[in-house]
Design a protein around this ligand. Sequence first.
Ligand SMILES: Cc1ncc(COP(=O)(O)O)c(C=O)c1O
Length: 389
Amino acid sequence: MSKKSIPLSVPSIQGNEWKYVKECLDAEWVSSKGSYVSKFESDIARYAGTEYAVACSNGTSALHISLILSGVVEHDEVIIPTVTFVAPVNTVRYVGARPIFMDCDDYLNIDIDKLTEFCNRECDFTGKELINKKSKSRIKAIIPVHIFGNPVNIEPLMDLAYKYNLKVIEDATESLGSYYTGGRYNNKKTGTIGDFGCYSFNGNKIITTGGGGMIVTNNQEYAQKAKYLTTQAKDDSLRYIHNEIGYNYRMTNVQAAIGCAQLEQIDNYIEIKRNNFMAYRKAVSDIEGLDLIGEPDYGFSNFWHYSLLVDEKEYGCSRDELIQRLSDNNIQSRPLWRLSHLQQPYEDFGAYKINRALYYQKRVLSIPCSVGLKEEHIRKVISVLKNAQ
Ligand SMILES: Cc1ncc(COP(=O)(O)O)c(C=O)c1O
């Protein structure tokens, strides 16, 4: 991290990354075949607590394959939160299905009450399929996204999915290491409860492989099929016979080597992220009009990103003015994504009673959260937050 500027979220490469990558290069195993790919898969499966893990080229491809394996096809509908990075929404369109957008709760995650109300009131259940009364389309799956590391309120969501025969694809791309601290999923990690869990190892994530992703599942058939589809659906590797349409979605050995080294450090990373969050929170509690979104009482967050809430009236400066003030001081920050249901390609799709998300969209600001953040960086961010008032 440069002394002058404080970036939002950059990787920390301090462990065995060089050593493992050198081993790949020395052995000349750089592409998808190589022992680090299967090692990274088994390391992630062990860490997450699932039977299987399948390495992918990124989190987006992991989500795409999970949708295909969930049996989502053209004209189906998929329930998804409007507060999310757009990637999972795009994957719904990759399979020709239509998103139905849901509001968020106070942790920025999918609003379970409205989700339940939507399924109970706006849909008919045939005993096998959930049908949207308005569009007459089949709703096939839900994609809960564990936003910024905070676990989704998954228990009622799983009850609903069970009741209405919906597949659950957890977008846990931002929440590797987060887990539940009570209820029937006590101690279970995010990504391991639904039919599929998807992780991302993009450069800004809690651990990185540069670019990469992973599907985790406890279903052997899904895992085998995921590996088949991500490696071009090769039915005969000598004659190159393909009985299905496959994808070039496999992670490379060099990426996996970096991933193995990064995963060795994740407990330390999470501890640092949590300590830095507490330091920010203590300082922010003295600033009127600012607050940080914490973790829900049912879960433990990896605190991948820190969400500052700016109340313009009390604080005396708008969220967007604050972004500029931080930027003038070489501090990178980022407003919450534009809501998905308001993005141009998605304006015409269904959105159910969205209002809380509109409130948060105006107020949330992500502030620097890299693992390499030092005390002096936090002090500098805080002093700008104090002086911008
Ligand atoms: C919520 C969410 N879903 C999906 C993705 C896609 O992951 P990737 O960039 O690895 O394709 C990301 C991050 O990039 C994300 O934040």
